[in-house]
Design a protein around this ligand. Sequence first.
Ligand code: SF4
Ligand code: SF4
Length: 199
Amino acid sequence: MNRRGFFKNMANKSAEKSTQSIEKKVNRRAANWIRPPYALDEAEFLMACTRCDRCVEACPHQVIFKLSDRLGKAVSGTPALDLLKKGCHQCKDWPCVNACNDLALVLPKPVPDIDQSEIEPELPMMARAEINSKVCLPYNGRECDVCVDSCPVPSALTWDMTLPIINLLLCTGCGMCREVCVADPKAVNIRSLHNSLGY
Ligand code: SF4
Ligand code: SF4
């Protein structure tokens, strides 16, 4: 490699390193909120989202809110899900995603079935839901089955005899079970997927 090639190579490597470190930082911060369904990865999302509020307005359940200015210029006004208070209904026609003209929320292409009829796109993974057994009533000898019918995802919330169990492979983190939970404090914790990705 000649001198010019050597420096070019070094410059590319250092640019790649700094991009990776910025991306890590962005993802670490993203552990503090949960983006709407089918959001791009955080760094790409921040570049695509124009903070137009269309997804906020399109949500019929008022689950999407805007991040506050206190969180800094880079994210202020961008949309996030209020899953600690309400569940995302995973609306059949995804109004929030369809309202996004800037392609920050993007439906995956539906997969054609064997008979060539199209099937629904895969459900989005939005967050991680976990049952807090210290607070959940059946785990503490008290009767409760309030969340039993709340889960819209087949087999994501099942019952082992009298205890609710969440299957993390199927659960989308929609928060519907947390919304209906009658324990105080709520026995379903919802956290950002970025918390569990080891950034
Ligand atoms: S899927 Fe429905 S409930 Fe969930 S954020 Fe989008 S519009 Fe709101
Ligand atoms: S277990 Fe709870 S958070 Fe997970 S998909 Fe079902 S209702 Fe949604």
